[in-house]
Ligand binder design. Structure first.
Ligand code: SF4
Length: 184
């Protein structure tokens, strides 16, 4: 067994949806060894090697596995968090046990899609970034031809919630983001 136990350590307001919660769970064991195997069997993961994180997207929620803790976002309540953590623990252990039968996937995978980014931009098409529209900006950002900091409005208080989610996604996918805005 790779992961023996977990414990909910912090419950915070969700950055993406104030009516939901964000949960940080401490885990008893280092789990990064299983990341390439989970990345191989699950669809839509973001595997960030340098940061040693694996982000799983499921039912509109984001679960980020770190070497020593797990973060859950957009969670209804602690009961749901417990259910997800139980599911993750089983998934981690089952995947680890059958790792000899799985071809590990070390790719960053699940490249962020321009549309995923677009949904989290202000959406005003103000052109302050030098692009004709937010969608054009998102396409360039995915191609790493422009930096997220060029979207000035995103860094205003008005877009704080969208920004937090977008920066977290970008960071998980290995993009450069201003560290002072990350909420880890
Ligand atoms: S600056 Fe931001 S909000 Fe304005 S068009 Fe560019 S991406 Fe959209």
């Amino acid at each position: 067994m790779l992961l023996n136990s977990y414990k909910i350590a912090r419950v915070l307001p969700c950055l993406a949806d104030p009516e939901k919660i964000r949960v940080i769970a401490e885990i008893s064991d280092e789990i990064h060894e299983v990341f390439p195997y989970l990345n191989a069997i699950l669809k839509g993961c973001i595997f960030n090697h340098p940061a040693l994180t694996l982000t799983i997207k499921k039912d509109g929620k984001l679960f980020t596995l770190h070497a020593h803790h797990i973060t859950l976002a957009k969670i209804e309540d602690e009961k749901e968090a417990e259910e997800i953590l139980r599911w993750l623990k089983d998934l981690i252990n089952e995947t680890y046990e059958k790792r000899d039968q799985v071809e590990p996937n070390y790719s960053m995978a699940a490249e962020l899609k321009a549309l995923d980014i677009f949904k989290l931009l202000p959406g005003t098409n103000c052109k302050r970034c030098g692009e004709p529209s937010c969608l054009a900006f998102a396409v360039k950002l995915v191609g790493r031809d422009i930096e997220i900091t060029k979207c000035d409005p995103l860094f205003s208080e008005k877009y704080q919630e969208k920004r937090n989610v977008l920066l977290e996604l970008l960071h998980a996918a290995g993009f450069e983001v201003p560290s002072e805005f990350l909420n880890h």
